[in-house]
Design a binder for this molecule. Structure first.
Ligand code: SAH
Length: 224
């Protein structure tokens, strides 16, 4: 894929190429559309000034309010498992910096991103707008309830660790829809792929071990 060789998307291009090659491709991310999307979206545009030096490092980084921008590998893995097609519609739960939402927006027709912390939602909105990503709607609220106005979704990606699968999210998936969610304890989770069968029941497959910030709100951890 040709990069948009202008402005912020061109900055730090070689670091992004190295990130895609070393952190993603060599570690088993094979979906070329996902790799192209990770190349297209400048992670540094979602990272606060004090952390700019580390924007392409192989780790999560603080973004304020006690939250983090996810590790590039986990973003790519979650996007790969979501298996989005060009015409699809996705829900991003726990928008945080807006980075993962921006990557999802390269992979499908429409993204709704939901974030609990208003200040983060505002920052994310600004970062996404500055990149001209406009097939995306950012809302503030509790993602455990999904976002009914634009449901059903082909895929839902949750970027915070949950003790269980929020029922509203399964309800808001289309038949054969995919929910990617870190499931486990507050300290350690497994990235799980929940697939909704046509009869409404679900299949679960477990992938990478991971450590996400806790999902808060009605289906998450009471006082996290
Ligand atoms: N995908 C983000 C990762 C952010 S970390 C990125 O790429 O930067 C997870 C985010 O989930 C945090 O910003 C946190 O505030 C948010 N969050 C936690 N519980 C939530 C909930 N119930 N609804 C919406 N957002 C939630």
């Amino acid at each position: 894929m040709q990069p948009e060789r202008q402005g912020i998307r061109e900055e730090r291009w070689s670091e992004r190429l190295a990130m895609v090659d070393q952190q993603l491709r060599r570690r088993g991310i094979h979906d070329e559309r996902v790799l192209s999307a990770m190349l297209a979206v400048p992670r540094h545009a979602f990272v606060p000034p004090a952390m700019q030096y580390a924007a392409y490092e192989d780790r999560a980084l603080p973004i304020g309010e006690g939250q983090t921008i996810s590790q590039p590998y986990m973003v790519a893995r979650a996007c790969e498992l979501a298996a989005l097609g060009e015409e699809d519609c996705a829900l991003d739960v726990g928008a945080g910096s807006g980075y993962q939402a921006g990557v999802l927006a390269q992979l499908c027709a429409r993204v709704v991103a939901i974030e609990l912390v208003e200040k983060l939602a505002e920052q994310a909105d600004r970062a996404l707008a500055a990149l001209g990503i406009d097939n995306l709607r950012l809302v503030t609220g509790d993602g455990n309830n999904g976002f009914r106005d634009e449901a059903p979704y082909d895929a839902i990606v949750v970027a915070a660790g949950a003790p269980g699968v929020p029922t509203a999210l399964v309800e808001q998936l289309k038949p054969e829809g995919r929910l990617v969610i870190p499931l486990g304890s507050g300290e350690m989770q497994t990235l799980a792929l929940i697939t909704k069968r046509p009869d409404g029941s679900v299949d679960r497959a477990d992938y990478d071990p991971c450590v996400y910030v806790p999902l808060r709100g009605s289906g998450g951890w009471a006082d996290a």
